[in-house]
Unconditional design. Structure first.
Length: 365
């Protein structure tokens, strides 16, 4: 990845906004700008920060545990702290003579922000809450990123097919989830991109069900929502199916969701509003009398994070741009019966979109 170009682009943006330096704390933003991979152990325990002056040398700030890997992965100067982030920032502020220091307010503990404000008062500088500066850069993916996402999707599908072939009605939801995540690791994935969802029977009416001891069973709805991380980039796919012979009610509902998905995919192209893409699926489902059964957004962006901007929903005001990678995942849910969700990923192209998923398991009943 051309991290230098990304940093230079961000530095130019900081200069336009009259920000002297930005402290980057969000893990995906760190990786996007530097290639630094260690994940945080929650927002309260960071593995590092990027100190990005509008002009001058970018530094990676971390502690003893990560100083070696930080240097190896990023090639950036590394400053380590033994007394915490704030004392080191005091030194850097003095060295660089900055007047306006921005921080990622959407990924900073309130207690830390108060310490930053106190630092600003001591050093007589302005502390500026900022959000979305790096995320806006991540909205569209370059060809190298798109290729990595394609590879992630392909591997995700291979894992699904491997596990799908071995499914039996006697397996529990948690057994299937464990088999999926084990297969991911064995196939070379860094990890699952989110906790795998396996929901059988009535549980499939819960869009984000947690797998439990419920047996998959036969002749009833099953939903598997899964994704993995490969070389930093995520995939996300949902398949709904029946082990055995689906009845006519299931077939009818499944076909409806698939029709809604196809309608939205057909609408994807640059300059089309995300609200309209969402509307295309919702119109199909509402036309069948199931408007209230489709209560979540149609999709979301995917990249270094499995859920990132843009949001494809009825409330979105954004328009699609070439290079965006989004999911299209309509679903309908009926308490006591189950649910059906079908999710594919697409890349917005100059004249439409590229559907990344090749797996057609249960898509067309």
């Amino acid at each position: 990845m051309d991290y230098r170009h990304r940093l230079e682009k961000l530095q130019a943006r900081l200069r336009r906004k009259k920000i002297d330096a930005l402290l980057v704390s969000q893990p995906d933003n760190r990786r996007y700008l530097s290639g630094y991979t260690p994940a945080d152990h929650g927002i309260a325990e960071s593995t590092g920060h990027l100190f990005i002056p509008a002009r001058g040398t970018v530094r990676l700030l971390t502690d003893f545990r990560y100083q070696t890997i930080a240097g190896l992965e990023t090639g950036l100067p590394v400053s380590t702290y033994s007394k915490g982030l704030i004392p080191l920032l005091k030194e850097l502020v003095s060295e660089t003579s900055i007047q306006r220091l921005a921080f990622e307010s959407h990924y900073t503990l309130h207690s830390t922000s108060l310490k930053l404000v106190e630092l600003g008062e001591q050093k007589k500088i302005k502390i500026v809450p900022a959000s979305g500066l790096v995320e806006k850069m991540r909205l569209t993916k370059n060809e190298q990123e798109r290729d990595l996402i394609r590879q992630s999707v392909r591997l995700n599908e291979r894992v699904f097919q491997q596990v799908y072939r071995e499914l039996t009605p006697a397996m529990s939801e948690i057994e299937v989830a464990l088999a999926i995540e084990t297969a991911m690791r064995r196939a070379g994935a860094e990890k699952a991109s989110f906790e795998t969802i396996v929901a059988a029977g009535p549980n499939s009416a819960l869009p984000h069900a947690s797998p439990g001891t419920q047996l998959i069973g036969g002749n009833r709805p099953v939903t598997i929502d899964m994704g993995l991380v490969l070389a930093g980039y995520c995939s996300d796919m949902t398949r709904s199916f029946v082990l055995g012979r689906p009845d006519e009610e299931y077939r009818r509902r499944h076909r409806l969701v698939r029709k809604a998905q196809k309608a939205s995919i057909a609408a994807v192209r640059p300059d089309v509003s995300m609200k309209y893409v969402d509307h295309c699926a919702r119109k199909v489902i509402a036309g069948a009398g199931y408007a209230k059964a489709f209560g979540h957004a149609l999709g979301h962006g995917v990249g270094l994070a499995v859920h990132e901007a843009p949001r494809v929903s009825s409330r979105s005001r954004q328009k699609l741009k070439a290079g965006m990678v989004i999911t299209i995942e309509p679903g309908i849910y009926f308490p006591g019966w189950g649910g059906i969700r079908l999710e594919n990923m697409v890349i917005v192209t100059e004249d439409g979109c590229e559907v990344l998923n090749r797996d057609t398991t249960s898509l067309d009943l």
